[in-house]
Design a protein around this ligand. Structure first.
Ligand code: AMP
Length: 285
């Protein structure tokens, strides 16, 4: 596995693959890798001739400085994990090379899609995500980019953005990988105390209860939201940042039942903010 740090190194390493039109798969991450990330890598190993992973804690997408500075790191372990998955190139950008001078404060708006969920509660977050991905897409020129559906809004926004700006890249969404008790795997889980870790599984349990109630005939979205939030609020360690039921295509909140709905939530577990969602498709099954 090649470990590269600058744009020039990437260009030198990929030039041949570009001219041979090899299929390049790209998995952007912030490190502290877990099975969720590795599932994305494995999908790329199946589909692509060359697999590129990036590890970069991108300052542009953090709206809370302590979340940025406390973001967990385990670079040596990450390298070993990626080597054993057969990754070809690991790109760990040098800050100066990636953002010469300073981190640009570019605004990239997609009205509607960015107005709710994390777009509402983390101002500037998606501007930073789209900035870093645009740069990665230009530097790496991948054919496929793999993203987790745990970050459903991110996946949808990036897919739309790539279409609008004509990036010739397929943005591929991968199902959320979970711990045994259902908690969505996240690098931030490492920051939970034992008690917080136990309480955190209420997030997925509340969403699963929502799904069950719908399957049993519940159609009142307001009362559904109340029941789900009551489950989360049953632990004093959890605090809801948002809980919304949205249209999975537009990501705009809905008030009446439709064929497909997405229930999405962000919850503070102590000081750690976790997100999760469930997609319910009434047309299925
Ligand atoms: P992160 O390192 O948190 O920025 O995540 C990098 C990529 O891995 C993003 O596309 C995430 O959506 C994806 N990812 C994170 N956690 C999971 C998970 N539990 N299951 C599947 N994909 C995930």
């Amino acid at each position: 596995m090649l470990i590269l740090n600058t744009k020039l190194q990437i260009q030198e390493a990929l030039e041949k693959s570009w001219s041979h039109k090899d299929n390049i798969g790209f998995i952007p991450t912030m490190g502290y890798l877990h099975e969720g990330h590795l599932t994305l890598v494995r999908e790329s190993k199946i589909k692509d001739e060359l697999v590129v992973v990036s590890i970069f804690v991108n300052p542009a997408q953090f709206n809370q400085n302590d979340d940025y500075t406390n973001y967990p790191k385990s670079i040596e372990k990450d390298i070993e994990m990626l080597k054993s998955e057969g990754v070809d190139i690991l790109y760990i950008p040098e800050m100066e090379d990636f953002y010469p001078n300073s981190v640009p404060n570019i605004k990239m708006q997609l009205p509607g899609m960015m107005d709710h969920l994390c777009g509402a509660t983390r101002p500037g977050h998606f501007d930073g995500v789209l900035l870093v991905l645009s740069k990665f897409f230009h530097i790496i020129k991948p054919n496929n980019c793999y993203m987790g559906l745990k970050d459903f809004q991110q996946f949808k926004i990036v897919k739309r953005f790539a279409e609008i700006l004509n990036f010739p890249i397929d943005i591929i969404g991968i199902e959320t990988v979970r711990e045994v008790d259902g908690l969505a795997m996240s690098s931030r889980n490492a920051r939970l105390s034992i008690k917080e870790r136990e309480a955190a599984n209420l997030i997925q349990r509340s969403l699963k209860l929502g799904e069950k109630l719908i399957n049993e005939g519940e159609r009142d979205l307001l009362s559904l939201k109340e029941i789900i939030s009551d489950v989360i609020k049953s632990s004093s360690l959890l605090k809801i940042d948002y809980l919304e039921i949205v249209d999975p295509d537009t990501l705009v909140p809905i008030t009446s039942m439709q064929n497909q709905i997405l229930i999405a939530t962000a919850v503070f577990v102590g000081s750690v903010r976790l997100i999760d969602n469930i997609l319910i498709d009434m047309g299925k099954g």
